[in-house]
Design a protein around this ligand. Structure first.
Ligand SMILES: Cc1ncc(COP(=O)(O)O)c(C=O)c1O
Length: 438
């Protein structure tokens, strides 16, 4: 299938080198289970669950049927001063699988909106408590929190920030935890790097705890190339935040819904944040949706302070969209019935071993793994170094495998329904592609 020149110019693609893509477009046409089919009939094994989101595999009939039934029954129902049962039902089901202390949820339509919602709730909380000066946010270098102004500001990927001027005021960044000189080829959580969390104490000393509302981090940074938290690091952040009356936000947009060998990274690492952001796997990506989970102390404080009026002046036309809620409920049922979170844990060892088998290649500088996520970092290539990740990605695609690349790191995060044979296929194709491209 060919794209016309007009079609190509009409569609400005997100986070894409449009010139490169449009010079040789790759078009997906259908999907089922672990596979896509391209417009020219090629089968592609999905090694990244869409974009870290199709955790139960593609076009699951239970979810598709729930969406079909809901779109025929009520296509849309507003959520401002009005409700529909599905949103309440889904909120309750969601809260039931979140960490115990997180008892309230607020719906958005994406991870970026979830991040903005989390930051705004943190501000509203301190305002409700009369702590008006607590307005600063602390993000982390190499963090990714979506594309809104809030998320871009607390995010720490330079290319994502540098086109957009000053962004939000009052944002400070922690150092990232990537320490290849000490931690290369770690299995799971790296040993070294807890001291990177101590930097938070320095920031607090410098700015004053009375000026800081929240710290936001991804428990495992995905988009920046899979950075697994060093042992003790998240616990240390939790301890410092609690001691200084600063909220801890975990951005679980990627790590949620079974990706890391448990329902959520907070549960796997046994560190409970004050607010969590969710999206992607929340509906198995069938319908766009995001959410935040909030501790009762935050919800109650905002609720009680604002009597006889709207408690939180925030929301979206599509918050709690009935079709998204229907998809979300069906998705949770699939996760539960097929025990996919447990499956992710049970495959972790096999998957990790397969990922680490690439360390025998000279050009592989580092392999990082946790749950069903792996990052394979490649050495710089002499010839055309800047296009290395992309060339590996293309070679994989040409050989029937979808991977992600960010700089020189290839990320793998397959649907949780993957079989061992398919894991082997991913890493043998990747090995072949890396050898070919170098
Ligand atoms: C950790 C994290 N937060 C937020 C987002 C943004 O989500 P969305 O693209 O749905 O806005 C992403 C997307 O990849 C993400 O990885």
């Amino acid at each position: 299938m060919k794209l016309s020149r007009k079609e190509k110019s009409a569609y400005w693609m997100p986070y894409t080198d449009n010139r490169w893509f449009k010079s040789n477009p790759k078009l997906l046409e259908s999907a089922k289970g672990m596979y896509y089919k391209t417009s020219d009939g090629k089968k592609i094994l999905d090694g990244v669950a869409g974009l870290w989101c199709v955790n139960a595999g593609h076009c699951r009939s239970r979810i598709v049927n729930a969406v079909k039934a809901q779109v025929e029954k009520m296509d849309y129902g507003l959520s401002f001063q009005m409700g529909h049962k599905l949103a309440f039902e889904f909120a309750e089901k969601l809260v039931n699988i979140l960490p115990n202390e997180i008892n309230h949820t607020f719906f958005s339509n994406s991870g970026s909106e979830a991040v903005d919602s989390a930051l705004k709730v943190a501000l509203a909380y301190f305002k409700a408590k009369g702590q008006h000066s607590k307005t600063k946010f602390i993000g982390r270098s190499r963090g990714y929190h979506g594309s809104g102004f809030g998320g871009t500001s607390v995010g720490g990927i330079i290319a994502n920030r540098s086109q957009f001027g000053n962004l939000l005021n009052g944002v400070i960044h922690l150092p990232h935890t990537h320490m290849p000189e000490k931690n290369s080829f770690s299995w799971g959580q790296p040993k070294y790097g807890i001291e990177k969390a101590e930097a938070l104490n320095e920031i607090i000393d410098f700015h004053g705890k009375d000026t800081i509302a929240a710290v936001i981090v991804e428990p495992i940074a995905g988009s920046t190339g899979v950075l697994v938290p060093p042992l003790g690091y998240l616990e240390k952040l939790r301890e410092i935040c609690s001691k200084n009356d600063i909220l801890l936000i975990f951005d679980e947009v990627i790590t949620g819904f079974g990706r890391v060998g448990d329902s959520f990274a907070s549960k796997r690492f046994k560190v409970t944040p004050d607010i969590m952001t969710l999206a992607k796997g929340i509906t198995n990506a069938t319908i766009p949706m995001g959410a935040i989970g909030v501790k009762s102390e935050i919800y109650d404080t905002i609720y009680k302070k604002n009597k006889d009026k709207i408690e939180l002046f925030h929301g979206y036309t599509y918050s709690g969209h009935p079709i998204a809620c229907a998809a979300g409920i069906a998705t949770l049922e699939v996760y539960e019935e097929e025990k996919l979170f447990e499956r992710s844990k049970s495959l972790e060892k096999y998957f990790g071993k397969a990922a680490h088998s690439l360390s025998k290649l000279n050009v592989v500088k580092d392999v990082r793994n946790f749950g069903l996520v792996a990052g394979i970092e490649l050495a710089e290539r002499q010839k055309e170094p800047k296009t290395l990740g992309r060339d590996v990605y293309e070679e994989c695609f040409n050989n029937g495998l979808m991977v992600r690349f960010t700089g020189n790191t290839i990320a793998i995060s397959p649907p949780l329904i993957i079989t061992k044979k398919q894991i082997d296929k991913i890493f043998s194709t990747l090995t072949y592609a890396i050898k070919k491209v170098f």
